[in-house]
Write a new protein. Sequence first.
Length: 476
Amino acid sequence: MTPEHDSFLRAAAALIGETYVRRGFDAEPYQRDWRGRYRGEALAVVLAANTEQVAALVKLCRASQIAIVPQAGNTGLVGGAIVPEGIDAIILNVSRLSGIRSVDRQNNSMVVDAGCILADVRDAAHRHDRQFPMLLGSVGSCEIGGLVSTNAGGTGVLRYGNMRELVLGLEVVLADGTVWDGLKALRKDNTGYDLKQIFIGAEGTLGIITAAVLKLHPQMRASATAMVALRSVEHAIALLQHVQDATGGRLEAFELMSRSQLDIVLRHNANATSPLSRDEPWFVLLELADSAADWDAREHLERALDSAMQAGFVVDAVIATDEAKAQRIWELRHTISEANKREGFTISNDTSVPISALPAFIARVTARLGQRFETATICHCGHIGDGNVHVIIILPRAQYAGDAAEHAASDANTIVHQESVALGGSISAEHGIGKMHIDRLPLYASAIELTLMRKLKQALDPDGVMNPVKVFRQPA
Ligand SMILES: Cc1cc2nc3c(=O)[nH]c(=O)nc-3n(C[C@H](O)[C@H](O)[C@H](O)COP(=O)(O)OP(=O)(O)OC[C@H]3O[C@@H](n4cnc5c(N)ncnc54)[C@H](O)[C@@H]3O)c2cc1C
């Protein structure tokens, strides 16, 4: 800590208040990522309370040549909200910006601060008889700023799209501390470039999101959830198309899980039970829903699953008879990350391929990973309706620690990414690049794509203060 750092921290405390400039023990929870894989030392963790404070801090950081790592709920899975090694930076956490500014039922929109927790946003929409359909396992901790900045996906993408499709407007503090008020609640607006889309998915490298206008949907009043056992991924895809055709766009979620993954969830979650026997290698969890209360979701689901069984691509199925049982089925899906963390050293991948290429992709990665890691448990789960399957390699901790673990992760990622890209896929479907894949992006993005990204960064953050050494490295 230099005298310049001391005077910077005093100035930050004068702006934000001493209590909200955290260091040492108080800063620790913010300096590690959710998986415990990355840690980075910040000069301080600063918890701003509103847009004005964020803007004042950005100006102060710029004047003091201190970098800024934006952070919301710190549930990101690629190390994006962690301070990089050797950089003088603060973590600027937005969790205190937690207000619901307004809800417009007629316009089906709401304006929320960047630190609003997803579960609170969903509850607020619900109270106004509307739905905010973003849903993922971190729902109780992740916040709007992080969701927007990672262009998060989750189980609702199939029907409602990812965050990019759920945001109508943004308020952003730019790298020079000015505030861009783009909080428009319009569905049609072709006045020049769509600036909000530049910041969505930018992982905090272009500016700090302080508020967003979110798109709301009608609340679902009729729903039915089922768990289905299948013999192959091909059958899962056949079932997806069958249910989509049979139910006219009412498919709310369609998630694939391998038996290896289900076994791990059941081993580590004492409350979890499987309503189906574990004889088949693949399972699908699916939900139909409609906003009309008198739509008989259960009957439609029964009919669709019956005909799928007759066609031979469903072995067994159970439909939840009440909401509590439906929640128990979904708990199997939403506790996967937590269970895997307990099982061993987890290398998780977040690739997507065209849906038609999923069977080949899964067969090829599983074979190659099995050859490379004899002691690994290889699991698959994910949003199969979006072509986004997480390939998860779990290694015994006793065998893989420190450098051995990092080396294994690198090899596993290489195998999964090579197979995905060979089939026309992406190395990051919904989690982003962050720190984890920074040296992989140049391997898979074209030269022109990298040049355009660097030009954008240079234009919006010429001094490189916004989340440095994330997404890509700036040339020296
Ligand atoms: C159990 C579990 C399940 C998950 N399931 C899914 C899933 O199904 N789909 C999915 O997409 N993700 C999933 N995730 C990953 C994670 O929850 C998402 O990436 C989420 O969007 C991160 O939100 P956050 O508020 O925690 O952001 P953080 O982790 O705090 O930050 C994420 C990134 O956004 C940047 N950032 C944060 N706030 C701002 C801001 N205000 N302005 C600018 N940049 C900012 C950070 O610098 C970082 O690069 C899961 C994570 C867990 C732990």
